[in-house]
Design a binder for this molecule. Structure first.
Ligand code: FES
Length: 141
């Protein structure tokens, strides 16, 4: 009998907004899938593309980068840099042989616990539809 697929998702969460939003989701007892492995970063702009590539090459099924809403970054323009970098990273993900939708960028503020839960739940479902990462499957051969 085939095992039920439970995605593994790495979430790079900006300390000031999205990580606090995740905290609020938790204290509000909102359901967030256990598939998310949160990593706190000081700003979405601090997510080096190499970290994202490494996560995918290690076989994770999806990567979420979440930061402050445009105009709210605590370092003024960090999330604008992240947004530009994200457009290029989507192409890199395709070059790795993965669907670009396995990488997601979202804006979640500290007061948006519900939004955080919705973003993660929706992304988790999308990854489930896509199935396991082909890189992970190749690694397990
Ligand atoms: S501090 Fe949150 S995205 Fe820059």
């Amino acid at each position: 009998m085939a095992e039920k697929f439970e995605p593994r998702i790495v979430g790079f969460l900006c300390n000031w907004c999205s990580y606090a939003g995740a905290d609020l989701a938790g204290t509000s007892k909102l359901k967030v899938p256990a598939s998310l492995m949160p990593i706190r970063v000081m700003c979405s702009s601090r997510v080096d593309p190499v970290l994202v590539e490494t996560a995918f090459l290690q076989g994770v099924d999806g990567v979420l980068v979440a930061g402050c809403h445009p105009g709210d970054c605590h370092y003024d323009e960090g999330n604008y840099y992240a947004r530009r970098r994200f457009a290029v990273l989507k192409k890199v993900v395709e070059c790795l042989g993965l669907e670009s939708d396995r990488l997601r960028l979202s804006w979640v503020s500290a007061s948006e616990g519900k939004r955080f839960a919705d973003v993660v739940n929706e992304f988790n479902e999308k990854i489930k539809e896509m199935g396991p990462s082909p890189i992970k499957e190749k690694k397990s051969l």
